[in-house]
Design a protein around this ligand. Structure first.
Ligand code: ASP
Ligand code: MG
Length: 406
C-alpha cells in the first residue's frame, strides 16, 4: 500500500463543484488501496481578497495579524473537502497546521518549515481515514500562526510528504505539467516528462511559475519524488526527481523569462576594496533583493557596477544607491525599469559545448542587445529590454529545438 500526498491549488478548489471533483479524484486513489493525505490551498482569489481587506484598513498591517487573517482561507477548504468526502461515505479528517503541529520559524509571511509531527496523520491513516491538511500555514515556537509565503501550499505538501516518507507527492494545478517554456508565448512548447531537481530549481527561480521554489528545494533535500499534473484531466504530468543520464542528452531543456526586472548602474566608482561591500550591505539592510551583479575590469582606477533588482524595488533601490553614492565617490547613477531576463536551462550544458555562443548568436540575429549575462553550470541568463522578451523566448525555443516532435 502506497502513501500518497496530493496537493490541490486554489483554482482546483475554487468552487464547491471543483471541491467535489477533487474529492472524487482522492476517493478513486483511496479505492485503489492507497493511504491518502491531501493538502489544499485557499479557494482561488481568497488569499488576495483577505490581503486587500486588511490593506483597506491600513497600508502596512501588522505581520502577525496578517498571518492569522490569510491562513483562514485554507481552513475553509480543508473543512469543505472533509465534509464532501464524508458525504460520499469516506472517513475524512481535516487539520490546521497548528493542530499537527507543522512547525516553522517566526518569519511571518515567509516562514520556513522546521519540523512536522506526523503522529496524528499516521494514526488517522491506519484507521482508514483520508487526512486533509491546510496548506500555506504553520505555527512557530510561541504558538503563533505563520504562513509560508505566497504559493506556499506546495511547500506544505512536500514537507508533509517528507515527514511521512510518502511514496509520491502529486502537485495538482491548472496546467498539465512543466513545459519547455510558457505555452502562452510558444504554443508549440512541449511538456517535459521528467526533470531533475536542479533544473526545476533554476526554472522556478528564473520565472517559471508552475512550482514554488522553496517546495523544490525541500523536495531536493529530502529526495521527495514530485509529480506536477492537472486536476482537470488525467494526463500524465511531469516527474521532478533526481538526475539521470537521460536528462543530459539534450543541451537545453527549457527557456524561461521573467519580465519584472530593473537594472541599476553605478559608473566611475573608485576601484578600491570595500565599495561593493558597502553598496550591497546598504541594499541588503533595506531588504532589496539583488539578483545579477556585474563589475567591469577597472580603467584608470575606476570601475562600473551594474546589478538587477525586481522592478517593483527600483525606486527604493535607487534611493538607497543615491544615499551611498557620495560615500562611494561614484560619478554617475542610472536606473532602467523595463528589463527582462531570458534564460536557458539544462543539465546537458555541462557536457555540450557551444551552448552560450548559439544563444548569443540567436539573439544577435534578431537585433536583440544583451545588457548583462550570467551563467551557472546548468543555465545561462541574459538581461535584455523587456519589449524583446517574447521574441527572445520564441527564438531560443526554436534554436534549441524544444518544440514537440511532429
Ligand atoms: N493561498 C496561498 C496563496 O494564494 C497559498 C497557496 O495557494 O499555495 O498564495
Ligand atoms: Mg495559490
Amino acid at each position: 500500500m502506497a502513501v500518497i500526498v496530493q496537493k490541490y491549488g486554489g483554482t482546483s478548489v475554487g468552487a464547491l463543484d471543483r471541491i467535489a471533483n477533487v474529492a472524487r479524484r482522492v476517493a478513486a486513489r483511496k479505492d485503489q488501496g492507497n493511504d491518502m493525505v491531501v493538502v489544499v490551498s485557499a479557494m482561488a482569489g481568497e488569499t488576495d481578497r483577505l490581503i486587500n481587506m486588511a490593506k483597506e484598513i491600513t497600508p502596512i498591517p501588522n505581520e502577525r495579524e496578517m498571518d492569522v487573517l490569510v491562513s483562514t482561507g485554507e481552513q475553509v477548504t480543508i473543512a469543505l473537502l472533509a465534509i464532501t468526502l464524508q458525504s460520499m461515505g469516506y472517513k475524512a479528517k481535516s487539520y490546521c497546521a497548528w493542530q499537527l503541529p507543522l512547525a516553522t520559524d517566526a518569519a511571518f509571511g515567509a516562514a520556513r518549515v522546521t519540523d512536522i509531527d506526523t503522529q496524528k496523520i499516521s494514526e488517522d491513516l491506519s484507521n482508514g481515514a483520508i487526512v486533509i491538511i491546510a496548506g500555506f500555514q504553520g505555527v512557530d515556537e510561541n504558538g503563533d500562526i505563520t504562513t509560508l509565503g505566497r504559493g506556499g501550499s506546495d511547500t506544505s505538501a512536500v514537507a508533509v510528504a517528507a515527514g511521512l516518507k510518502a511514496d509520491l507527492c502529486e502537485i495538482f494545478t491548472d496546467v498539465d505539467g512543466v513545459y519547455s517554456t510558457d505555452p502562452n508565448i510558444v504554443p508549440e512548447a512541449k511538456k517535459i516528462s521528467s526533470i531533475a531537481y536542479e533544473e526545476m530549481l533554476e526554472m522556478a527561480s528564473l520565472g517559471a511559475k508552475v512550482l514554488y521554489i522553496r517546495a523544490v528545494e525541500f523536495a531536493m533535500r529530502h529526495k521527495v519524488p514530485l509529480i506536477v499534473r492537472s486536476s482537470f484531466n488525467d494526463n500524465e504530468g511531469t516527474l521532478v526527481t533526481e538526475e539521470s543520464s537521460d536528462m543530459e542528452k539534450e543541451s537545453v531543456r527549457a527557456v524561461t523569462c521573467s519580465s519584472k526586472e530593473a537594472k541599476i548602474t553605478f559608473s566611475g566608482i573608485p576601484d578600491v576594496p570595500g565599495t561593493a561591500s558597502q553598496l550591497f550591505l546598504a541594499l541588503a539592510e533595506s531588504n532589496v533583493v539583488v539578483d545579477m551583479i556585474i563589475q567591469n575590469s577597472s580603467e584608470e582606477g575606476k570601475t562600473d557596477i551594474s546589478f538587477t533588482v525586481p522592478s517593483a524595488d527600483l525606486e527604493k533601490g535607487l534611493e538607497i544607491c543615491q544615499g551611498v553614492r557620495e560615500i562611494l565617490g561614484a560619478e554617475k547613477l542610472t536606473g532602467s525599469k523595463d528589463m527582462a531576463k531570458v534564460s536557458i536551462i539544462g543539465l546537458g550544458m555541462r557536457s555540450h559545448t557551444g551552448v552560450a555562443s548559439r544563444m548569443f548568436a540567436a539573439l544577435a540575429r534578431e537585433g536583440i542587445n544583451i545588457e548583462m549575462i550570467s551563467t551557472s553550470e546548468i543555465k545561462i541568463s541574459c538581461v535584455i529590454k523587456k519589449k524583446y522578451a517574447e521574441l527572445a523566448v520564441r527564438v531560443l525555443h526554436d534554436v534549441f529545438e524544444l518544440e514537440k516532435p511532429l
